[in-house]
Design a binder for this molecule. Structure first.
Ligand code: F6P
Length: 324
């Protein structure tokens, strides 16, 4: 293998740049030519592919977003789109690919690899932490810390006015961000898609807390089946039915995707990037390089996207104990 390419795809996450940097520098270290594909699968289809050098990735490890840009491509979902992408890779002599992204990225990579056979190794880049085969995904730690900073600020004003806040965090269909924000932010309750919440219990716990605490924070994962934070707040408000109580809703949104990556995300991104290139050189394909129990592990794409990654039971227990 002499030439490889790297791209970022799907929702960007802090630490993707560290990962790109590690891929480029490891490839050069190992004597490979390395190319950057811009805007994920879109750029692959359009042939937006450029040679990268060691200096191409200077001064990016501390930056959020992704210097390779990202996109969600509809055309890549079609056989015609994938054929165009393949032709462009062949034209550049690309023999191996590093795909940095989440489940959508790996779903595309798996199909593409099975159709055209270009070896691909993935790196888990998403704030959601919903990928099986790695303890944490690149960007999760930064997103939790960003959300926590906001939650701490909301706590100040919530306490000043004795208010109940419903704070919605990202995570798509997973509650990892919500649970860690709940623990770290001292939330009174956390609602996640993985477990069904009885709103009567939320109401009861908020009522019980009222005498001892001046503010209450309920962290809501965006994928919760009771609806978004606004809808849940309305339902709880009606059930509590106390005109003296003041309810507010804050949706943190895309702020969670940006910002300078934490040390953990820089190290994780760098480790996965290095491992992906080493994996390609060892003949690995159709799999993701992740870190579990401080060891680099390679997990087939099929498992990364197909196997459920459960929430940490100890975290859930801790949340329940600490919110009394
Ligand atoms: O997968 C990352 C993520 O930020 C999710 O948490 C969220 O549901 C989604 O992407 C938002 O996607 P977009 O940026 O396309 O609106």
């Amino acid at each position: 293998m002499k030439k490889i390419a790297v791209f970022t795809s799907g929702g960007d996450s802090p630490g993707m740049n560290a990962c790109v940097r590690a891929v480029v520098r490891t490839a050069i270290f190992k004597g490979l030519e390395v190319y950057g594909i811009y805007r994920g699968y879109e750029g692959m289809i359009e042939g937006d592919i450029k040679r990268m050098h060691s200096h191409s990735v200077s001064n990016i490890i501390q930056r959020g977003g992704t210097v390779l840009k990202s996109a969600r491509s509809m055309e890549f979902k079609t056989p015609e789109g994938r054929k165009k992408a393949y032709d462009n890779l062949v034209a550049h002599g690309i023999e191996g690919i590093v795909a940095i992204g989440g489940d959508g990225t790996f779903t595309g990579a798996k199909i593409f690899q099975e159709e055209f056979g270009i070896p691909t190794v993935g790196c888990p880049g998403t704030i959601d932490n919903d990928i099986y085969g790695t303890d944490y995904t690149i960007g999760f730690d930064t997103a939790v810390n960003t959300a926590l900073e906001a939650i701490d600020k909301i706590r100040d004003t919530a306490a000043a006015h004795d208010r109940i806040f419903f704070i919605e965090v990202m995570g798509r269909d997973a509650g990892f961000i919500a649970v860690d924000c709940g623990i770290g932010g001292g939330a009174e309750y956390v609602m996640v898609p993985e477990t069904k919440t009885d709103l009567n219990i939320v109401v009861k716990s908020l009522k019980n807390l009222r005498k001892s605490k001046s503010s209450s924070i309920v962290v809501v994962a965006e994928g919760d089946e009771e609806g978004n934070a606004e809808a849940i707040c309305q339902k709880v408000k009606e059930k509590i039915n106390d005109k003296e109580k003041d309810f507010k809703v804050t949706t943190l949104g895309h702020i969670q995707r940006g910002g300078s990556p934490t040390a953990k995300d820089r190290v994780l991104g760098s480790l996965c990037g290095m491992a992906a290139v080493e994996g390609l050189l060892e003949g690995r394909m159709n799999c993701m390089a992740g870190v579990m129990n401080q060891e680099i592990v390679y997990t087939p794409f099929g498992d990364c996207i197909g196997k459920e990654k459960p929430l940490n039971k100890e975290h859930l227990k801790l949340m329940e104990i600490l919110s009394i």
